[in-house]
Design a protein around this ligand. Structure first.
Ligand code: BTN
Length: 328
């Protein structure tokens, strides 16, 4: 870890060459310190070209997170949020889960996560500029038992945000993946990982982690164990990641307020209108390793998935279940 890695990356973000000497002068350190800091960036998976006589350069210009732009994009509800922009962290979810006294609506966003977590023990693969990774802490008066359906509600907020940015073909896969279909293949654009704190009876808190693919280099794309797609591919106009975060937080504030008042039932019809697998054949992978095949019927008022199987209509709760389209 070098304290100069991210300050240097902020300068290299313009995509231009910066000589080691100029960087050393700028930070009043030796060229060896600059070299070490660049090595650390490379250890984080950031590609930095080093050309003798010219200096250091990123493969392309990148936009780093800008707190002011995030707050401006949230709009009127900006005062609700406490925003923390971090350069490097293991996982924004882990970080927030450890802050037992974090304020309601604290949002932690990181340029780089070294141990990003996905659902079902998976890792969330990313690197600088490739995806937007943030977690939002939301406190509820009700207990954790009443939060079933929360992850589906969050999916609704993500689709609303995408629609408002002109991306209209995104869909939801139960319980909470955001998909876009390309060449007849549903591909993952964003994922949600919710971790709960507090009692079953209440009060409780949810750490809502969102990973949003922005611009996946081929190397990252090929290391992801399922079809994935990024915002650069699905959007017709460039979307700045700070603006995206602000718009996501605005819609999360709306949806979470509605969820607090009415539960998932108030958002269910909208969720179903985005449902990628309605009436589609699926294969459910259960925690005990068995598989169930069936036809997706709907989701219930509490977010439970209803699947018509050989044994009749069965109910599945999110937990550790993985759902696959049978036609994949
Ligand atoms: C999934 O689709 O499996 C869930 C992915 C969730 C990834 C996000 S990135 C920000 C937050 N911090 C984490 O470690 N994970 C979530």
């Amino acid at each position: 870890m070098s304290q100069f890695t991210f300050p240097i990356l902020h300068l290299l973000a313009d995509g231009q060459f910066h000589s080691g000497e100029a960087l050393a002068q700028h930070f009043k350190v030796t060229r060896a310190t600059i070299w070490n800091a660049v090595q650390h960036a490379q250890n984080l998976g950031v590609e930095v070209f080093s050309v003798r006589g010219r200096g250091y350069k990123l493969p392309q210009a990148i936009e780093l997170l800008d707190e002011k732009l995030v707050l401006a994009a949230i709009g009127e509800q900006r005062a609700w949020f406490k925003l923390e922009v971090l350069d490097e962290i293991t996982s924004t979810n882990t970080y927030l889960m450890q802050q037992k006294n974090a304020a309601h609506a604290t949002c932690v966003v990181a340029h780089v996560q070294t141990h990003g977590k996905g659902r079902r023990g998976r890792t969330w693969v990313s690197q600088l500029g490739a995806s937007l990774t943030f977690s939002l802490l939301w406190r509820f008066q009700c207990g954790a038992a009443a939060l079933s359906g929360l992850s589906l509600a969050v999916g609704v907020a993500l689709i609303r945000a995408l629609n408002s940015l002109g991306v209209n073909d995104a869909q939801l896969k139960w319980p909470n993946d955001v998909l876009v279909t390309e060449n007849n293949t549903p591909k993952k654009l964003a994922g949600i990982l919710i971790e709960l704190q507090g009692d079953l009876e209440g009060p409780s808190a949810a750490v809502i982690g969102v990973g949003f693919n922005l611009n996946l280099p081929d190397k990252v794309l090929s290391s992801i164990d399922q079809p994935a797609i990024d915002l650069t591919t699905v959007s017709t106009s460039p979307i700045n990641q700070s603006a995206l975060l602000g718009v996501l937080l605005k819609h999360l504030a709306d949806v979470l307020s509605s969820f607090e008042q009415h539960g998932f039932v108030g958002l269910r019809d909208e969720w179903l209108s985005y449902h990628a697998y309605e009436n589609k054949p699926v294969r459910m992978l259960l925690p005990n390793g068995t598989e169930v095949v069936g036809l997706v019927k709907s989701v219930a008022d509490d977010g439970i998935l209803l699947v018509e199987t050989a044994l009749g209509l069965q109910r599945f709760s999110a937990g550790e279940i993985s759902l696959r389209n049978l036609s994949l």
